[in-house]
Design a protein around this ligand. Structure first.
Ligand code: SF4
Length: 318
């Protein structure tokens, strides 16, 4: 019913390493100081730990159908989900370098929490705000109860033989990260910390990396033909952007995970580089407008099954 296409994976594994701009993102770059903390900012590590746990749910649901992605104006610019979250995190960090220390988060007053994600109209636009609020408190309380900090956790990981494996295993305990068996947010955080200019996480075991499967990657896997469907009813539900059940979402997400694992192994590229390709590809292959296939670097090998859409399913995993 839902399977990976080995031949298509081979085609992508051959093409992707030849693309010139395929290197991991450093989560700083041109957006330094606006979306991301400047290099060596003392609050950066705590801010990224907080931020990655909240990278989920940036879209709206109505009558059991996907309606639109979350886009709002902040700092005079229209920003989509993940960019909005980074903008808000950086804004809070500018006002207080200690804002994201777990004990500071645990002591936040309800008014301060509401303000954290205000847009230019003083509204909090996050479609899953109750879930974000719950994770914020559970995450902060966990660190306080365990008498540990993000710095200590990363330092411990860097002193092991397999820092990435230690780090991913440690995140299996932390609210905001522990809920997802496929560890999307955990691996995203590891990629950020490894690739930031500070090189917070010193990965010497890249073989411990896991694919980062979120909604745009599932959409790309289906449209490109890396993952295929044989069930016409399911195809119709995806094309109609109607909600699917947990089992269906799980099957598509696991197939995408498997396809990405194989793509990493066959291409020799890192999880971070492949993730960056598909992350940047989301603007060419978007949710609400026709994909720009003519200018897409995988145009020649892509199945271009553009009506397909990611499984519509509410989760805090991605
Ligand atoms: S060729 Fe078109 S459908 Fe395929 S990934 Fe690129 S934009 Fe999307």
């Amino acid at each position: 019913m839902i399977q990976i296409d080995e031949n298509q994976i081979d085609r992508f594994a051959e093409l992707l390493p030849t693309l010139p701009s395929l290197k991991p993102f450093d989560f700083c770059g041109a957006d330094e100081g606006v979306l991301f903390p400047p290099k060596a900012h003392p609050g950066a590590l705590n801010a990224f730990f907080f931020n990655a746990a909240h990278q989920f749910g940036f879209w709206f649901l109505q009558d059991n159908h996907y309606t639109r992605p979350m886009i709002t104006q902040a700092g005079g610019v229209y920003r989509k989900g993940s960019d909005f979250l980074f903008y808000c995190t950086q804004r809070a960090l500018k006002s207080d370098p200690d804002f994201f220390r777990p004990e500071r988060l645990a002591a936040l007053r309800p008014r301060e929490i509401d303000r954290l994600f205000h847009d230019d109209h003083r509204r909090n636009p996050l479609p899953m705000w109750p879930e974000h609020k719950r994770i914020l408190y559970e995450y902060a309380d966990w660190f306080v109860e365990q008498a540990t900090t993000p710095d200590l956790l990363v330092a411990k990981a860097n002193h092991t033989r397999k820092p990435l494996k230690f780090f991913l295993d440690a995140l299996r305990e932390i609210p905001g990260y522990r809920e997802d068996p496929l560890q999307k947010k955990s691996m995203l955080l590891a990629v950020i910390l490894e690739n930031r200019p500070e090189r917070f996480l010193r990965v010497s075991d890249p073989e411990s990396a896991v694919p980062i499967i979120d909604y745009h990657l599932q959409r790309s896997a289906l449209r490109t033909g890396l993952v295929t469907l044989t069930d016409e009813k399911l195809r119709s539900r995806l094309v109609a952007r109607a909600c699917v059940d947990k089992e269906t979402e799980n099957a598509i997400r696991r197939a995408t995970y498997q396809a990405m694992e194989k793509l990493v192994a066959k291409s020799g590229l890192s999880v971070a580089a492949i993730d960056y390709f598909f992350f940047t590809n989301r603007t060419r292959c978007p949710e609400m407008t026709e994909p720009a296939c003519a200018s897409c670097p995988v145009n020649a090998i892509c199945k271009q099954d553009t009506p397909l859409f990611q499984p519509v399913f509410r989760t805090t995993h991605y």
